[in-house]
Design a protein around this ligand. Structure first.
Ligand code: FAD
Ligand code: UDP
Length: 364
């Protein structure tokens, strides 16, 4: 059967390869000039491997997903570390024992940190908002220092307006573990994401067309089934209104005379400047180079859609689109991915959702 797949990111590429492996023809289109979606990486003008759309670190607890992606790449083990610039210093985020002791000039052991947090936190049994989640983890002062300003910049909203799941992505620790993620598997594709995607889509039954807009292509490309990974509201011509997505502007810089710019992969800036964070790519990729390349992220309302904005109103609006999605399925149209499902998916979750959809389609 012929499939048209809109989007060559993790969701679209996973579906294409699984369907092609099962003997189906797939045309994958993307409006961008390249594959790999937001995970696209390339050598910049100075020969440093950079991520065009901000830092992408692969992490998962799913052996099945690692096994599947490992068909297309080898891996370089990498554990991401992030520090936040607060009160003139930089401290580990997620907040841990080092953060508390450093910031307050204390020398607490793990039990002492647990007692400290128990004193300052405002317990909340069922946090509804990100404010509930953060206050119940670390209390008002640490909330204001590390979370409120960052969230205001990142989303243009107060913590109290966002679903609890957003800030709950960041845990709190009483020990010295300063890794951003604790998943069993944390690594970077050894030759980069783009190379991994090239191998994923390298199949006799897959055709890739970049610079190809869905609205222009849908009439010309023969297909019995459609898999759509773009913004769900755009597919339905915004009939229920615009579903908000948060965008970012990326400022890429190369520092020719600097071998190491910062001590860890990412430094967050919750309270000053307009950017939220700076990432230095060589930490992520392990590349040796005499200069270094960094990216600053400036959140904005307009521009390419990068993040679903998980407020109550937006989730209610998405539910209205979900009803249309269910009707389209009868006509062989399927929606999967971060933009199409309006879910704050990490890369492994996008792969997992696409694998599940592919199995569903293959079992019809
Ligand atoms: P996308 O990668 O967005 O792919 C969708 C594709 O569809 C796009 O290429 C788009 O051009 C194309 N498209 C849309 N509409 C049309 C149309 N009408 N016609 C043609 N093409 C169309 N995840 C992690 O696990 N770890 C991280 O460290 C991490 N960091 C991130 C940092 C940033 C700044 C961002 C924005 C995301 C990050 N993510 C991270 C999340 C990760 O990017 C997503 O989980 C993943 O890219 C989702 O894949 P997708 O295929 O669903 O969507
Ligand atoms: N967050 C914060 N301060 C930080 C890091 C994260 O307030 O130093 C909050 C903020 O609301 C952010 C959310 O936690 O949007 C999720 O952070 P994550 O690093 O997972 O965001 P992503 O990498 O997806 O942009």
């Amino acid at each position: 059967m012929n499939h048209l797949i809109v989007g060559a990111g993790f969701s679209g590429a996973t579906c294409a390869r699984m369907l092609a492996d099962a003997g189906h023809r797939c045309v994958v289109i993307d409006r961008r000039a390249h594959l790999a979606g937001n995970a696209y990486d390339h050598l910049d003008d100075h020969g440093v491997l950079v991520h065009a759309y901000g830092p992408h670190i692969f992490h998962t607890n799913s052996d099945r997903i690692v096994q599947w992606l490992s068909r297309f790449t080898e891996w370089r083990p990498y554990e991401h570390r992030v520090r936040a610039r607060v009160r003139g210093g930089t401290w580990p985020i997620p907040i841990n024992r080092t953060t508390i002791n450093g910031l307050y000039g204390l020398s607490l052991d793990e039990a002492g940190v647990a007692e400290f947090l128990a004193r300052v936190r405002i317990p909340c049994e069922h946090p509804q908002t990100s404010e509930d989640a953060v206050l119940s983890a670390v209390g008002p002062e640490l909330c204001d220092l590390f979370f409120r300003g960052y969230t205001r910049k990142q989303w243009g909203l107060d913590l109290s307006e966002l679903n609890a799941s957003v800030a709950a992505r960041i845990p709190t620790r009483t020990n010295d573990d300063d890794r951003y993620f604790t998943d069993r598997f944390q690594a970077m594709p050894a030759e980069g994401y783009t190379r991994m995607f090239e191998r994923m889509l390298d199949h006799p039954l897959i055709v890739l067309r970049t610079n190809c807009e869905f609205d222009d292509a849908r009439q010309h490309i023969d297909h019995e089934r459609l898999i759509y990974t773009g913004p769900v509201d755009a597919y339905f011509q915004h009939v229920h209104g615009v579903l908000p997505y948060r965008s970012l502007r990326f400022e890429h810089l190369h520092l020719a005379g600097t071998e190491v710019f910062q001590e860890v992969g990412t430094v967050n800036d919750p309270n000053e400047n307009e950017w939220t964070r700076i990432t230095e790519f060589k930490h992520l990729t392990g590349q040796a180079h005499r200069g270094t390349s960094i990216v600053r992220e400036y959140p904005c309302a307009e521009g390419d859609p990068y993040y679903p904005i998980l407020t109550e109103a937006n989730q209610a609006l998405y539910q209205r689109y979900q009803a249309l999605v269910d009707q389209e399925q009868v006509r062989g149209v399927y929606f999967v991915g971060r933009l199409a499902q309006y879910k704050y998916y990490n890369m492994d979750q996008a792969v997992g959702a696409a694998m599940a959809l592919s199995h569903q389609i293959l079992s019809i």
